[in-house]
Design a protein around this ligand. Structure first.
Ligand code: AMP
Ligand code: GLY
Length: 427
């Protein structure tokens, strides 16, 4: 079997690591890939936004399965294009990827499907947005409608911050076309958790829960990033509640998308706020999260390609997930300065030493290989991920792995997993 993975992050390195374990896989191609995938697969320099280029590559390499990692190719219709070419591709068609690509569309679908979510107004005019903000008052959450690489959401705690956020969206065009439409949302309080489900249009099969850490600094301080670390399971959403949660936040969306004539296939990722009034959906992603994917795939014992084919062929009801009982936790190493400006090109050493530790994997993200040396090449550089008997042990192992690494101008959070440990009474 020949597989093409699209993307260049830690998630894609983890997908390559997992999919490559299947005995009949002969070739894995990653477009464009990173320093980590260079060592184990064939990187091909085709961009994740070049849909015709990706279809041509899939045909040329005669691949049996295409796995897009990030949202961009999905919203650009890579699944539609591969389908047209007769190539199995795991993910939602563009009409479904809008659940991530447009926050106003997601809100409308949630309301039609009866999924609990924050009350919101949708605006294309500054005057109407101002009037709504004045009527409701801070705290409010201001969101650019379109894709903004995780940066289009501003939690405004004061009226001044609300005004500054609306200035940024409407006047300064900080988010370009992504902010032609702006949502103003009720501020929700609670702990966040993620529920990812495999979907085949009819069936939603939940993976165990995961918790991301979006803020750059310890204690959830500082600006939001793509994700500084993640672990699974998150005690706030235990295994015995996964199915009932999927009934609330995933299955109604599948029914609604089918009703609209565009059944949802792929991963439906619900970002949840566990509020005093119950769970509410903050957002949908239509793919694996990065870095949630890394700990989740370390726990998944099934063959991943089998599940993906079951999703594509509409027979997910015959699959049951086989999940490692142990916990998994990943810590992201970034370049100093990220998510602002950051340096590149620093050599990274100690990856082999970290991976020599029991149940530790280093999934590379913003890296490239030059003459056998791995160099930093992005904001999020890698994610040290470990399995442990419980969350505490997984955390200890991941940080032990991190201690084997060295890179100038780097930073990482020291408190990944802390909320879970507190809930378990272990911290
Ligand atoms: P999103 O991309 O919509 O998930 O938003 C990014 C982050 O902003 C979330 O992970 C939350 O931390 C925060 N956020 C989004 N919506 C809300 C809300 N309605 N209330 C409080 N925090 C929110
Ligand atoms: N870690 C959150 C995301 O992938 O969007």
């Amino acid at each position: 079997m020949r597989i093409l993975i699209i993307g260049s992050g830690g998630r894609e390195h983890a997908l390559a690591w997992k999919l490559g374990q299947r005995p009949d896989v002969t070739d894995v191609f990653v477009a464009p890939g990173n320093g980590g995938t260079a060592g184990m697969t064939v990187n091909v320099p085709v961009k994740d936004s070049d849909i015709p280029g990706l279809v041509a590559l899939a045909k040329e390499k005669a691949v049996d399965l295409v796995v897009p990692g990030p949202e961009l190719p999905l919203t650009l219709g890579v699944v539609d294009a591969m389908k047209e070419a007769g190539i199995p591709c795991f993910g939602p068609v563009a009409a479904c990827a809008r659940l991530e690509g447009s926050k106003s569309f997601a809100k409308e679908v949630m309301q039609a499907a009866g999924v609990p979510t924050a009350a919101a107004g949708v605006f294309t005019s500054r005057a109407e947005a101002d009037a709504f903000a004045a009527a409701h008052g801070a705290p409010l959450v201001i969101k650019a409608d379109g894709l903004a690489a995780g940066k289009g959401v501003i939690v405004a705690m004061t009226d001044e911050e609300v005004k500054a956020a609306l200035d940024l969206m409407f006047e300064k065009s900080a988010f370009g076309d992504a902010a032609n439409t702006v949502l103003i949302e009720e501020f929700l309080k609670g702990e966040e958790v993620s529920l990812l489900c495999f979907c085949d249009g009819k069936t939603a099969l939940p993976l165990p829960s995961a918790q991301d850490h979006k803020a750059v600094f310890d204690g959830d301080k500082g600006p939001n990033t793509g994700g500084m670390g993640a672990y699974s399971p998150a005690p706030i959403l235990p295994d015995d509640r996964l199915d009932s949660m999927a009934d609330i936040v995933a299955r109604p969306i599948l029914a609604e998308m089918t009703r609209r004539g565009t059944p949802f296939t792929g991963i439906l990722y619900a970002g949840l706020m566990m509020t005093e009034d119950g769970p509410k959906v903050l957002e949908y992603n239509v793919r694996f999260g990065d870095p949630e994917c890394q700990p989740l795939l370390m726990r998944l014992k099934n063959d991943l390609a089998d599940i993906m084919f079951a999703c594509i062929e509409g027979r997910l009801d015959t699959v049951s997930l086989d999940i490692e009982k142990r916990s998994a936790l990943g810590v992201v190493l970034t370049a100093a300065g990220y998510p602002g400006a950051y340096p590149k090109g620093m050599p990274i050493s100690g990856i082999a030493e970290a991976e020599a530790l029991e149940d530790v994997q280093v999934f590379q993200a913003g890296t490239r290989e030059e003459h056998g040396q791995i160099l930093a090449n992005g904001g999020r550089v890698l994610c040290v991920t470990a399995l442990g008997g419980d969350l505490k042990e997984a955390q200890q192992r991941a940080y032990k792995g991190m201690s084997r690494l060295s890179m100038d101008n780097s930073q990482f959070r020291r408190d990944i997993g802390l909320k879970g440990l507190k809930r378990l009474g272990l911290a």
